[in-house]
Design a protein around this ligand. Structure first.
Ligand SMILES: Nc1ncnc2c1ncn2[C@@H]1O[C@H](COP(=O)(O)OP(=O)(O)OP(=O)(O)O)[C@@H](O)[C@H]1O
Length: 578
């Protein structure tokens, strides 16, 4: 049952139709075969028994029956074929959507632990294996087993001794395959790991191609990629090299069964206890069932390998998603109550308590790695705190439905991701049902309308994956337009202007001013002048709040903020660092 659950990526019920239709088609496939045996019996009858005559009328009926059964077989095979392929592609398409949905609901902490290439490989590669399993391996195995099982039953009626001798070695072949299934599984798992590692290294190579070129890491120097390919080659050779002899030995056992049956048959024939026609029937059937049985064994080994791909999907689908089903309240103040949080074991936010009243502008400043981005991630509930609580409108965010909570939050980060879509489509990610007018109004407020209409296709211009066809400043403004369109009451900003030229910076600052008006805002600031007017400036150091207050309060305290302020005043103040 586990195997069936795995090969269908957790949905074994979808096998019902393909299995039923395929079994039916295979049963129909037995009819011409049985008629062939009957035809052989009729033809050999006159030679086997003195005085026997050829029953031509019956022989013609048998021939007619064979033709009719071929037509029936064709009719049965169509729904079988359709259900196999429809089932396979539907299972993969539904499964991929289910997994994508599940990934979205998993805590970011879980996703961070996994290589993105691993997940991409699972989405495409593992589901392709599931498709192949359902469309080819399952039906082939059914086909390969139906005929021999029925033949065994039919032949046992004719002569049980012969039937037994034909299948005598079969249990040995099955035992060999089953006993080695542990080794097969281990080899399959190692091969799959090597395949995923190679896919990950390839993705890393492609993503980092600019750095690789810039540092001349191409060719032999990029050994990681080469090593992963060689490792994959080694595992591929090992799996074939070890599994091949096992399957070949099993096939040899089946072949031995056929030879054994011939020897037993000759013995009984010479002893007079076996009818020559029965012997001929066994010879016809024996040679015909050899191929499907061999195919069943090869299929089984392949099936176990494909099943592991499904198992990986099933395991991922069982990872617990973020809990919480309460709707967030209409109050939009935020409070951190003694919050402690660490990505792994080390705490990066330590006992932080902080209040962000409705409509206030709070700035987070502090050295690199002090935990500013982590505070934003906790508000958006990308993670839940280890200790303490994050309250939204006075209620614990942990009890809230993560998606409903995210609807309350707009985020503008330094690295903007634009999807491979039109500019309008990208802005509409803020609110999918927005009209063109609303999209353009948001773009105007975000100071990007003017550059958009100068593009060849205006709002319908396609931007590449990751937004690579636009400048950094343009991408930033589109992401602000997106946030303006979303119109959420809470805005999280990771200082967007840090790496831009002054002209772009001024435009983005104006766009941000429009975005934050009247909302609860928390902004990470690297340059202190951008948050001089904030209602509250919170200074973080090593995960702790060491100072907070308005700009003038903090200058008066003469602490870290005051020191950094003066430093930035003297240097023209770029990004703050340790
Ligand atoms: N996904 C993660 N997994 C593990 N550790 C992380 C992760 N993200 C951040 N950290 C660590 O947590 C600490 C705080 O990181 P955070 O990004 O919150 O700091 P920051 O103040 O925003 O830094 P910066 O100003 O450089 O962006 C750092 O030591 C960082 O290395």
């Amino acid at each position: 049952m586990n195997m069936l659950r795995n090969i269908t990526a957790g949905n074994p019920r979808m096998l019902v139709k393909p299995v039923l239709y395929t079994t039916l088609a295979n049963l129909c496939g037995i009819i011409p075969f049985a008629l062939l045996v009957e035809a052989a019996r009729l033809i050999f009858e006159p030679f086997a028994h003195t005085g026997g005559t050829l029953d031509t009328a019956r022989l013609w009926w048998v021939c007619g029956g064979m033709a009719a059964s071929l037509l029936l077989l064709y009719i049965c095979e169509i729904p079988a074929y359709r259900s196999q392929f429809r089932g396979a592609y539907r299972a993969a398409a539904d499964g991929r959507s289910r997994l994508a949905e599940h990934l979205r609901k998993l805590p970011l902490g879980y996703l961070n632990k996994r290589d993105p290439g691993d997940l991409a490989n699972m989405m495409m590669g593992d589901f392709t294996m599931v498709e192949h399993g359902i469309s080819h391996l399952v039906p082939q195995m059914i086909g390969a087993l139906t005929m021999p099982i029925l033949a065994l039953a039919g032949l046992a009626i004719l002569d049980w001794r012969m039937s037994l001798s034909l299948f005598a070695a079969f249990p040995l072949a099955v035992a060999l395959v089953l006993l080695t299934s542990g080794i097969q599984r281990k080899l399959g798992a190692a091969h799959m790991r090597a395949k995923i590692a190679a896919a990950n290294r390839l993705q890393e190579y492609l993503n980092g191609i600019r750095v690789i070129k810039a540092y001349n890491l191409t060719g032999e120097r990029f050994v990681r990629l080469e090593r992963s390919f060689k490792e994959l080659m080694r595992h591929s050779i090992r799996i074939e090299g070890l599994l091949g002899p096992i399957v070949l030995s099993a096939i040899a056992f089946i072949r031995a069964g056929l030879t054994f049956m011939v020897m037993v048959g000759v013995h009984f024939l010479l002893g007079g206890s076996l009818d020559v026609i029965v012997f001929v029937s066994f010879l016809i059937v024996g040679t015909r069932i050899f191929d499907p049985l061999t195919a069943a064994l090869v299929n089984y080994a392949e099936f176990r390998y494909h099943e592991q791909a499904g198992e990986r999907i099933v395991q991922l689908l069982q990872e617990p998603v973020m809990t919480g089903d309460r709707m967030p309240p209409e109050r939009h103040d935020i409070e951190f109550k003694n919050v402690t949080f660490g990505y792994q074991n080390k705490a990066v936010i330590k006992d932080v308590s902080l209040k962000l009243p409705v409509g206030s502008f709070t700035a987070l400043v502090g050295p690199s790695g002090s935990g500013k981005s982590t505070v934003l991630r906790l508000i958006a509930r990308f993670y839940d705190p280890g200790d303490g609580k994050v309250l939204l409108g006075g209620e614990d965010a942990r009890a809230m439905e993560p998606e409903a909570l995210l609807r309350k939050v707009s985020m503008v980060f330094q690295d903007v991701y634009l999807f491979q879509d039109t500019i309008a489509g990208n802005i509409r990610f803020g609110r999918s049902n927005a009209t063109q007018q609303e999209v353009e109004e948001a773009a105007r407020q975000a100071r990007c309308h003017d550059f958009i209409i100068k593009l060849p296709n205006g709002y319908d211009t396609l931007v590449g994956e990751g937004g690579s066809t636009l400048s950094g400043g343009e991408k930033q403004r589109i992401s602000i337009a997106r946030a303006i369109l979303k119109n959420a009451p809470i805005v999280l900003l990771d200082e967007a202007t840090a790496s831009l030229d002054p002209e772009n910076e001024a435009e983005i600052q104006q766009a941000i001013d429009r975005l934050v008006r009247g909302r609860t805002v928390i902004a990470i600031a690297h340059r202190l002048k951008t948050v001089k007017n904030a209602d509250n400036i919170v200074v973080l150091d090593n995960g702790c709040i060491i100072e907070q207050g308005t700009h003038s309060d903090l200058l008066a305290q003469r602490g870290l903020y005051a020191r950094l302020w003066h430093l930035q005043q003297q240097t023209g103040g770029w990004k703050m660092s340790n």
